[in-house]
Design a protein around this ligand. Structure first.
Ligand code: NCD
Length: 321
């Protein structure tokens, strides 16, 4: 693995398979009464969140704590950032405190890259979502969830699997990171969206595209619904919410056209009734809550591999009864 995880494209196939296998070992820890390993004892992980987050921030915090790291949570609100302090000065402060890893979420695409390559910090930088650009650990937890359900938990298990990613691709860092990672793992991705919600340059992505959800659903092994990111929209991308749901929402009727084994996913936060109906979100096919559980295991794997080198964690997990 490289020193930083900024993009899903930073991961080779071997790296990605190693994260999945390591996360699988970490996952077994979640079922134990004591969910802690000593692997990162004495190391410091800083969660630097400039943008709102529920799942991702809590997930990184739980992951670091389960590896016995010291965790510092730093949210932009209530810090000197609201007094105008720059990313650089914040970074220098973190460096002075001896951070080993900095997990950063920022509204601007490229902010984690800047942090990693400016020379301001010596720590590993993990991108926890930057603007509309990338969210590599979300892609890893999504891939892990698919790999458990569709890939038999074995290397190469996602080869040839058909994944539909549906909705506001234009504003989605989740879609971009997933497209890159799933390609690396050999899956076939189809992005489904209205033309206005597909980014310029989509021809260069390793994916198929479609405007017709109903033709894609029966072939998919996994369907990932994306939230319509109204906070990033300045202008009308579709006529009405109702019209959007009618063409691109996943409801019970559409769900009935899926194959028996097909799973339904969503990175959260969901807007029930918009991109997904409540009956679908709460159905047996939905793995949305499991994605959250898997997120902790995957982030443990990432922090562990970045900070402790690439040796397998297996013996250590076994040894920690
Ligand atoms: C996503 C994000 O923040 O990019 N959520 C997440 O990390 N679980 C998707 C979204 O906000 O819709």
């Amino acid at each position: 693995m490289k020193r930083h995880l900024l993009s899903a494209a930073d991961l080779t196939r071997d790296d990605a398979e190693l994260v999945l296998a390591t996360a699988d070992e970490m996952r077994s820890l979640a079922d134990r009464p004591i969910k802690k390993l000593p692997a990162l004892r004495g190391r410091t992980v800083v969660n630097l969140f400039f943008e709102d987050s529920t799942r991702t921030r809590i997930s990184f915090e739980a992951a670091a704590k389960r590896l016995s790291a010291d965790v510092i949570n730093f949210a932009a609100k209530g810090s000197s950032l609201s007094k105008g302090e720059s990313l650089k000065d914040t970074a220098l402060t973190l460096e002075a405190m001896g951070a080993d890893a900095v997990v950063v979420r920022h509204g601007s695409s490229g902010a984690p890259h800047r942090l990693a390559h400016s020379g301001w910090v010596r720590s590993s930088v993990v991108n926890a979502g930057d603007g509309t650009h990338e969210h590599p650990t979300q892609a890893l937890l999504d891939a892990f969830t698919m790999w458990k359900h569709l890939g038999g938990s074995r290397p190469g298990g996602l080869e040839g699997r058909k994944i539909a990613i549906v909705g506001d691709v234009l504003h989605s860092r989740v879609a971009r990171s997933n497209a890159l990672l799933l390609r690396t793992l050999g899956a076939e991705v189809t992005l489904v969206a209205p033309p206005t919600l597909l980014p310029v340059g989509i021809e260069g992505w390793p994916v198929e595209t479609s405007y017709d959800l109903d033709s894609v659903l029966p072939k998919a092994d996994a369907v990932m619904m994306l939230r319509v990111q109204r906070e990033r929209m300045h202008g009308g991308f579709f006529p009405t919410a109702r019209e959007y749901s009618r063409r691109y929402g996943l409801d019970g009727k559409r769900m009935a056209t899926l194959q028996d084994h097909t799973i339904v996913m969503h990175p959260g936060p969901m807007v029930r009734g918009m991109e997904i109906t409540a009956d679908v979100a709460d159905s047996d096919r939905s793995v949305i809550v499991e994605q959250v559980t898997n997120g902790v295991a995957v982030r443990m794997a990432v922090l562990y591999l970045l900070l402790s080198g690439n040796e397998p964690a297996g013996s250590m997990v076994e040894g920690e009864e």
